[in-house]
Design a protein around this ligand. Sequence first.
Ligand code: ATP
Ligand code: MG
Length: 394
Amino acid sequence: IPKEFHEALPILQKIESAGYEAYFVGGSVRDTILKRPIHDVDIATSAYPSEVKALFKRTVDTGIEHGTVMILDHGTGYEVTTFRTESGYQDYRRPDKVTFVRSLKEDLKRRDFTINALALAENGQVTDLFGGLEDMKKRIIRAVGDPNERFNEDALRMMRAVRFASQLDFKIEDETLAGISKHSELLEKIAVERSHTEFVKMMLGVDAENGLNIMLETNLYQHVPVLGQYLPQLQQIVASKFELTNEVQVWSLLAFRFGFSSKQISTFLKKWKTANKIINDVILTVELLFAIQRNDVTNLTLYHVGCSNVDNAIAVMADHSKTANLPERYNQLPIKNKKQLQITGGVLIKKGVLKPSPQLGKVLDYLEQNVVAGKIANHQDELVKAAVNFLNED
Ligand code: ATP
Ligand code: MG
C-alpha cells in the first residue's frame, strides 16, 4: 500500500469512527493495483458534506455543490466527496442534478469505466461491482453499464476512454468502442477545454499512436477542432511512432506535419483554447523543425528558439540523424540571452557612443545578432567599437 494512502488513513478512520463509510476511489486505486505511480488520492464517503465538515478542523469547500470538501491535513489536501448519483444529462455534458446518497454501490455505478469504479477500504478490501479487476487483468477499458447510455450522458467519456487506452496501453472493449463510433459527434457538445485536457494526456501516453488511431477509426477526430481536415497527415503520424513528453511537443508534432505557418498555428491552437505561452513555444519549435528539415539551422535560429524549444524540436523530429549535433551547437552559442551581452544601453550612452533615442534599440539588436553569429566578440571594447562603426555606416 503506497505511502499516499498510508498518510490518508487517519482521515478514513476518523470518518468511520463517526459511523459513516469511507473509501479510496478512482484513479489512485486503479493505478495502485496496476503498480503505477499515483498522484491525488480521492476519498468517497457516505457522510454528507456538512457531516464531513463537522468532523475536521480545517476544510475548504472546493466543490461543495457536487459534494466535495477538501480536508487540510499537515500541508496535504484530501478531496472527500459524498457518495452521489447524477441525473438529467440534458446537454450531453455534466449532470443537471447530483443527489447525495448513502450507498457506495450507487456511487460506483455513475463512474465511467470498470477500472475506475473500484473502492478500496481502510482494511485493504477492494469493492469491485462491475468486474474492474478482471478487466485490468485483460487490459481493457469497458464502460460501466450500457456504453450508449453512458456516452449520451457525458460525451467527454469517449475522449477519456481513448486517453486511458493510450496511458495504460489497454484496448477498448468492443461494445464500448462501438458506442464511441456511434456517438462520436456528441463530442462537439463538450467544452473544448475538457477535450483539450484529455487529448493532450492521450498524446503523452505510452501508446499514443494507438490512441490517435482509435480517434481516427471511431471518427472522434472529426469532432474536435481542425483535425478533421487532416486525415492523411494524421494517418502518417500514427504510422510513424512518436514519444512526446510535454504539451508543446504534442502541438508541434501536429502543426509541423500539417505544414502550418506561424499564423496557422496560432489559429489552430486558439480553436483548441491553448494557453498563449504554449502557442508561442509551438511557433518557435515548429520554426526550428522546418529549418532542420531544410538543413538550414543557423546559430541565430537556435538562439531565438531557446533551449527548451530546441529540446522540444529534437523530441518531435523523427529523423535523429538531423538533430544529433543540435544540443552541442546550442551549448556553444556565444550567448544564450540578451543579459549575457557584455554591453548595455547605459554603457553606450555613458561612453558617448550615442544619446538616448530609438536608435539605441537598433544598435543593441545589431550587436546581439552579430555576437550570436560569431561575427563580433562578446567583449565590451569590441562591442563599443562595433557600435561606433555601425552608426557611422548608417
Ligand atoms: P487521473 O489519474 O488522470 O487523475 P482519474 O481516473 O483519477 O485519472 P479523474 O478525472 O481524476 O480521473 O476522476 C476521478 C474519478 O472520477 C475517475 O476515476 C472516475 O471514477 C470518476 N470520473 C471522472 N470523470 C468522469 C466522468 N466524466 N464520468 C464518470 N465518472 C467520472
Ligand atoms: Mg484523478
